[in-house]
Design a protein. Structure first.
Lengths: 280, 135
């Protein structure tokens, strides 16, 4: 039986990808940020997951305004890095896991989550930066990836509770897959950031750290945080944190925090990172 | 779970100072600004755009205000006219600007002052949570 063995949360700031691609990770600006991922890189090299279900948002790369899927699951064999205006990132093509992806898509639809199914898609920094943070710069990614894109751009995005429930449905789907796979769920984006308007640059370290605490200690309360609270407290793009709740919902009632990192700033953003494992 | 009222849900966004939430009303108004910006993901389109910006804009269903704001790289104005920052990112990336450089232009600060603010921990949420509450 396939099983969910861990959850990872991480920000996915595009400048982090650029710092890696341009060899700047040892520079004083970037060093403390990347140091917080050293533990996780060693951990995941030992864990060797077979598949990562990577929850992220597309930043107007694969989806333009023609189609706005709330939850879209990538079922393709592979996904190329998108050209976001600078040319594509020099990172490996992302290999999918169509058998598990289609199984999750079908199972979730029967479980009353009406997923959008994507058979051809390019993936942007939202997906590739977390892979770079955990795996560095390999010739090929050492894991299959199922992209799960969430609309957090055009309002309304899904509620935090809906994200949590989707995580629970994904767990049920994974556990009914007839293959012996170690599966991780990653929730990406956040934490505090606002990329627009005169209020740009907002960072709320106190709120962010409370959110990090609640991921392992008081998780049920996370489900009822309304969108307006994310916006007021953590900036307009802080709303991305609802995506972490898909990961958290997939891990079950209780989790153990294995690793935690928080750093300000990466470009305009507060970077948060957690490694969690389910407690049976 | 409760069933929130869409009208009060949307109205609350206008109470956040210095912020334009990308609601459907803005998405509909700015549809062609955003689709224009998306077109700059293709290198051949970027080349045509750089060669003659005004001529490139003629190919899109944009009004004069929208065209002027695009040519001026007036990002606050573009947000008011329905642009979204992730779409507009294609425009400033084509100009060779990072998110930090482009975002700073919306704050009334120099890029150096904005960068220094971020290094010092960012903008405090105190006083910019709610217009009504003044907190």
């Amino acid at each position: 039986m396939a099983r969910i063995t861990a959850g990872v949360a991480t920000s996915h700031v595009p400048a982090i990808g650029a710092a890696i691609d341009l060899g700047k990770t040892k520079e004083p600006y970037w060093q403390p940020l990347f140091a917080g991922y050293d533990w996780s890189k060693a951990w995941i090299a030992g864990e060797k997951p077979d598949v990562v279900i990577l929850v992220y948002n597309d930043h107007a790369s694969a989806f333009d305004m023609k189609i706005i899927p709330t939850f879209a699951i990538g079922c393709a064999e592979s996904f190329k890095p998108a050209d976001e205006g600078w040319g594509p990132r020099p990172v490996p093509t992302v290999e999918g896991h169509p058998d598990l992806a289609w199984h999750i898509a079908q199972s979730c639809i029967l479980d009353e989550f009406d997923m959008t199914i994507i058979n051809e898609m390019e993936v942007d920094h939202g997906l590739t930066v977390p892979l770079s943070l955990l795996f560095g710069q390999p010739e090929a990614w050492p894991v299959k990836v199922i992209p799960l894109a969430v609309n957090v751009v055009t309002y309304p995005p899904p509620s935090g509770n809906r994200c949590w429930l989707l995580g629970e449905a994904i767990r049920r789907a994974v556990e009914s897959f007839p293959g012996d796979l170690k599966v991780q769920v990653w929730g990406t984006g956040g934490m505090s950031h606002q990329l627009q308007g005169p209020r740009a640059g907002l960072i709320n370290a106190e709120w962010d750290n409370r959110f990090l605490d609640m991921m392992s200690q008081d998780s049920q309360r996370l489900r009822s945080i309304p969108h307006i609270e994310y916006l007021r407290e953590t900036g307009s793009e802080g709303i991305e944190m609802v995506m972490w709740l898909i990961m958290r919902g997939a891990l079950g009632a209780d989790v153990r925090q294995l690793h935690r990192h928080y750093h300000v700033p990466a470009s305009n953003t507060a970077v948060g990172h957690l490694v969690l494992e389910p407690v049976a | 779970m409760s069933h929130p009222d869409i009208h009060s849900y949307l109205a609350a966004f206008d109470d956040i100072p210095g912020t334009r939430v990308y609601t459907v009303a803005r998405a509909r108004q700015g549809y062609w600004i955003n689709q224009f910006a998306m077109s700059l993901m293709k290198p051949e389109n970027r080349a045509r755009w750089k060669a003659d910006e005004k001529a490139y804009l003629e190919g899109w269903n944009l009004d004069e205000n929208q065209k002027a704001a695009i040519l001026a790289r007036d990002y606050n104005r573009l947000l008011d006219l329905g642009g979204n920052i992730y779409f507009l990112a294609k425009l400033f990336s084509t100009d060779g600007l990072s998110f930090l450089q482009a975002v700073s232009t919306m704050t009334g600060m120099s890029v150096e002052d904005y960068q220094a603010m971020m290094l010092a921990g960012g903008r405090s949420p105190n006083g910019v949570r709610s217009i009504k509450e003044g907190n």
